[in-house]
Write a protein that binds this ligand. Structure first.
Ligand code: SAH
Ligand code: F3S
Length: 566
């Protein structure tokens, strides 16, 4: 568990309640700017942090220059993501010369990975909080506020809550999980939080230890949430107007909750630790909820979910049971995000992925036989240590054969503490760049073909937002969106989109639908992006669109029906 530097808070637990009153007094009216970097998991974490702080009286603002508290929810997956945060911290160092009382917090994976080194290198940082300690943020901020009051702007040292390397030990893990579960359970269900779409966490952490990846170190061991809590959360989201739910985990298909081993506190089942310290293989007589069963349960018990999606799937042990549930449950989206990482068996082995190219393609064929309309997206890393031209060509060929609707292609970035860090990062940057370019070119051709097949068809589309183009040209259009949304967050399903988001709803009442047509953006059941003109009030609903033309990553069409749902 984390410790607290100067200020000597000591153990936290029971103190939280005692301090709640003080937290409220000093925080009321304080303005916070929260910027999110990285994956969907971070988007959800930011929503939870925001909900906690709002409940305590903090106000959220878009302009960081006007904020009393600036928080960055960070990502460590690649060096590039970290560099963006370092450059923001540089801006803040200058800003703090003018306004030394501004509180700067780095939360999420970078805080956990860099630990106190970050505080030493960046004295402008007041608060550090790892992803496993997010429930402590209000107290950490409050602590800085109080020291400042006593000390008129003199900084009392960084406040931090980090798990360091204790988060794979069973007792500390169990205690941390109980608190984190409370954070998920206490999320806000206020309809303004959602634009018809919400993420629901099913698993925290990861136990796969792919050799290039920092996530198992920053997010800790794999822990599965109780199925009843997940179903309940989905029901409450639907009651709050949500029509699309995305179940989140690093490897969702490895979800497994063993009811025989479940621990109950106050009548409520507790989250369950996966592989490292818990039971991975249940005994025959035990009742286990697998991912397939969980998906079916949410579909059956929450009929108001119009679209049920999940990310990310792991190519190893992806059972036919999940494909069967997808085939039998029409509201489960025909979409798999199934990162392959490389088209070379030799490289896959060095990456510790646990499957071969043949096995991956076997899964693709099974999925396409059982779900003829399924779309698959993937991730690839180019320039992994020792990757040869031959390995690279094998990846290009795999992309041609696999026919992904899109594929995120990353240049390998050596991450401190990972197994691959011990291999020399021996593919020169220029070669990585050329390989990245080759792969993008191949994928772009494939994506263009996949998208072209939709021209002339009608697609069911969940409307996510007003296009950036429309929002720029007519910011007032944002005012017509009745389902508000966090402008600091990526659009649902668009990993990495963090800046340049649309303006927040300004409260302007929508006019006559005939006169407020705007360019809208949505996604099909197979996750293809669709752009079309429509009433901004359609954001957060499902509509039918006649597809008229395509580009490699976008379909363009015409609205044929008013909302299918809602
Ligand atoms: N749980 C997900 C991935 C999380 S990280 C999964 O199993 O796929 C998201 C993506 O970032 C990965 O799929 C990988 O393609 C990429 N990535 C992770 N670590 C990386 C590194 N060190 N360098 C480059 N890309 C990396
Ligand atoms: Fe990372 Fe592999 Fe887990 S990519 S998040 S260690 S599945």
């Amino acid at each position: 568990m984390g410790e607290f530097l100067p200020g000597g808070e000591g153990s936290l637990g029971s103190r939280m309640m005692l301090q709640q009153g003080n937290v409220m007094r000093s925080s009321r009216g304080c303005s916070v700017h929260l910027e999110t970097f990285g994956c969907q998991m971070n988007v959800l974490d930011s929503q939870l942090v925001r909900g906690q702080l709002q409940a305590l009286g903090y106000r959220f603002v878009d302009d960081w220059k006007t904020a009393d508290v600036v928080l960055y929810n960070t990502c460590s997956v690649r060096e590039h993501a970290e560099n963006k945060v370092y450059s923001r911290l540089g801006e803040l160092a200058l800003h703090k010369r003018e306004r030394p009382e501004v509180i700067v917090g780095v939360i999420g994976c970078m805080a956990e990975r860099d630990g106190l080194d970050m505080a030493r290198r960046f004295p402008q940082v007041d608060v550090l909080c790892g992803p496993g300690e997010l429930d402590k943020i209000p107290l950490l901020i409050d602590n800085v506020l109080k020291t400042q009051l006593a000390d008129r702007g003199g900084m009392g040292g960084v406040r931090h809550a980090l798990q360091a390397n204790t988060h794979r030990r069973s007792q500390t893990l169990a205690a941390a999980e109980d608190r984190l579960e409370m954070l998920d359970l206490s999320r806000s269900f206020s309809p303004e939080e959602f634009r018809g779409s919400a993420y629901v966490r099913i698993t925290r952490g990861c136990n796969k230890f792919c050799s290039f990846c920092v996530v198992p170190y920053t997010r800790g061991a794999e822990v599965h949430r109780p199925p009843d809590s997940i179903v309940e959360e989905c029901k409450r989201l639907v009651d709050a107007g949500v029509v699309e739910i995305t179940l989140l985990g690093q490897t969702v298909n490895h979800y497994q909750y063993d009811h025989g081993a479940a621990v109950t506190v106050g009548g409520v089942a507790q989250p369950q630790v996966g592989g490292v310290v818990g039971l991975r293989t249940p005994r025959a007589n035990r009742r286990v909820t697998t991912f397939a069963r969980l998906l079916a349960r949410v579909h059956e018990e929450v009929p108001g979910v119009q679209r049920l999606r999940f990310v990310t799937s792991y190519p190893r042990d992806f059972g036919d049971d999940v494909l069967e549930v997808m085939a039998e449950h029409p509201r489960v989206c025909r979409y798999l995000h199934l990162p392959v990482q490389s088209g070379s068996d030799r490289v896959l082995k060095l990456m510790n992925r646990g499957y071969s190219v043949g096995e991956y393609e076997g899964l693709l064929s099974r999925a396409r036989v059982m779900l003829p309309d399924v779309q698959v997206a993937s991730d690839v890393i180019c320039g992994f240590p020792t990757e040869t031209e031959e390995d690279h060509r094998a990846t290009c060929e795999l992309l041609r054969r696999a026919r992904f609707k899109n594929c995120f292609i990353f240049k390998y970035s050596s991450r401190p503490g990972t197994a691959a860090e011990r291999l020399a990062d021996d593919v020169p940057e220029e070669v990585k760049r050329l390989r990245n370019h080759d792969l993008l070119k191949v994928q772009s051709q494939v994506s263009a073909e996949v998208h072209r097949e939709f021209v002339g068809k009608t697609a069911r589309v969940f409307v996510e937002s007003i296009s950036e183009k429309s929002a720029r040209e007519s910011p007032a259009a944002g005012g017509a969106v009745t389902l508000g949304w966090d402008p600091g967050s990526p659009a649902p399903g668009s990993p990495g989109r963090t800046r340049g988001a649309l303006p927040m709803a300004s409260g302007k009442a929508p006019g006559n639908p005939e006169t407020t047509r705007t360019q809208l953006v949505g996604r099909t059941d197979g996750d293809l992006i669709v752009v079309f003109d429509g009433d901004p009030r359609l954001v957060g609903t499902i509509v039918e669109v006649q597809i008229e033309r395509s580009m490699p990553l976008t379909l363009f069409g015409r609205l044929v029906h008013e909302p299918v749902s809602a």
